[in-house]
Design a protein around this ligand. Structure first.
Ligand code: PMP
Length: 400
């Protein structure tokens, strides 16, 4: 993937930079940056409003991006809603779907390996509607306990929400089995695709999920923009999440009616430059072979795992790689706190993530307050992994 690295200007701006925190946010290729700059320099106007050519061309750019993204995930335009990111998308679903499906005593089934943004919105909805949040546990091998999942699903289960790929374990959840389980009791399915979208081809039709949420910034796009795919039959029935301009059909002093999809869920002036940038990111993504990039990330991760097992007996891995693993290496160390490790790495220009990764219930299960995470991506190579290993050696010497 060496040829790809040159497309990311951050590496020219910081010679020697080793960026291994792509699960937090990916770096941006020049074409995404250029596209956003071109939008502001040459096309800037508000969308859906103006009758003049500049506004129409901004609208074409904005809606053109929606078309590119919708095609990539096999959704219709009506079902492809721009949000600020995964977090806002899940909050939207929890709020609006909650209103039509949740009653007191109902259950929302999550997994214990969820990001806070796929836990807290459900807790808020559960409080609001008198429902209960339950968590599918993990097996010894830190994969989902699907037998327990089957036992937990029942006629009160109204919503099942789970990550496509865990941001801590780097493991693809068995989403097809989970969806089938939800369907067996008529529960709606919500997939947190924040990690999935960058590593796996996503086909919402084939998955047959009800909702799929992701953030642009994890998949070469800008921050502040993301997508919620929603099944039309549900979106049609759901009340709006936010009120404001663009989402209405008619406003009177006595009340309002709603615009058609997807506008009903896009109140206010959207992040136009972000949407246009995300469209460019998806064009970039189209040029990648996700099978090859996943193999590349897994090979880098596996090389590191083998090195850690061979030479770092004090390192404990959070999960063993398997065919469901994307190359993410999350670890703890007997004597070095993850924040100290990340700080030492930083002195070597190596960026890794340390902390609870917004997954405190999972950390509690591990019995750890924090872990360190190395997330290889398309622009990384063996040299980057070696630089991390050298920084780990340095940290071990310092903390001996
Ligand atoms: N879910 C998962 C699995 C994630 O990795 C993240 C980002 N770390 C999120 C949700 C939240 O994404 P955002 O902060 O972009 O809304």
């Amino acid at each position: 993937m060496k040829h790809l690295r040159a497309e990311f200007p951050i590496f020219a701006a910081h010679p020697g930079l080793v960026y291994l925190d792509s699960a937090a946010t990916s770096q941006k290729p020049q074409i995404v940056i250029d596209r956003m700059n071109r939008y502001y320099a040459e096309e800037n106007a508000n969308v859906h409003r103006g009758v003049y050519e500049l506004s129409e061309s901004a609208t074409r750019a904005f809606e053109g991006s929606r078309a590119v993204i919708a095609a990539a995930i096999h959704a219709s335009l009506e079902e492809t809603i721009f949000t600020r990111g995964t977090t806002e998308a899940i909050n939207l679903v929890a709020h609006s779907l909650g209103q039509i499906v949740l009653k007191p005593g109902d259950e929302i089934l999550l997994t214990i390996a969820e990001h806070h943004s796929n836990i807290v919105p459900w807790q808020l909805a559960a409080d609001r509607f008198g429902a209960k949040v339950r968590f599918i546990p993990l097996n010894q091998d830190r994969r989902l306990d699907m037998q327990e999942a089957a036992r937990m699903v029942n006629s009160r289960t109204k919503i099942m929400a789970f990550a496509h790929i865990s941001n801590v374990l780097g493991i693809e959840h068995p989403v097809r089995e989970l969806i089938a389980l939800a369907k067996s009791v008529g529960a709606a399915t919500v997939i947190d695709g924040a990690q999935g979208i960058a590593h796996l081809p996503v086909n919402v039709r084939e998955l047959d999920c009800d909702f799929y949420a992701f953030s642009g910034h994890k998949v070469f796009g800008p921050t502040g923009i993301g997508i919620l795919y929603g099944r039309k039959s549900l979106l049609d029935r759901m009340p709006p999440y936010m009120g404001g301009g663009d989402m209405i059909e008619k406003v009177t002093v006595n009340g309002s009616t709603w615009n058609i999809l997807p506008s009903k869920f896009e109140a206010g002036t959207p992040n136009i430059a972000g949407a246009v940038g995300l469209g460019a990111a998806f064009e970039f993504l189209k040029g990648l072979d996700l099978g090859k990039t996943l193999a590349h990330d897994r090979a880098l991760g596996l090389g590191l795992v083998n090195e850690l097992k061979r030479h770092f007996p004090k390192v404990r891995l959070m999960v063993e790689p398997g065919p469901d693993w994307i190359g993410l290496v999350t670890m703890s160390h007997e004597t070095i706190h993850p924040h100290d490790l990340a700080a030492i790495c930083d002195t070597e220009q190596v960026c890794i993530r340390a902390g609870h990764h917004c997954a405190q219930p999972l950390m509690e299960l591990f019995g750890l307050p924090a872990t360190a995470r190395v997330a290889p991506f398309v622009y990384n190579d063996e040299n980057d992994m070696d630089r991390f290993v050298a920084a780990l050696h340095k940290a071990e010497k310092l903390f001996a």
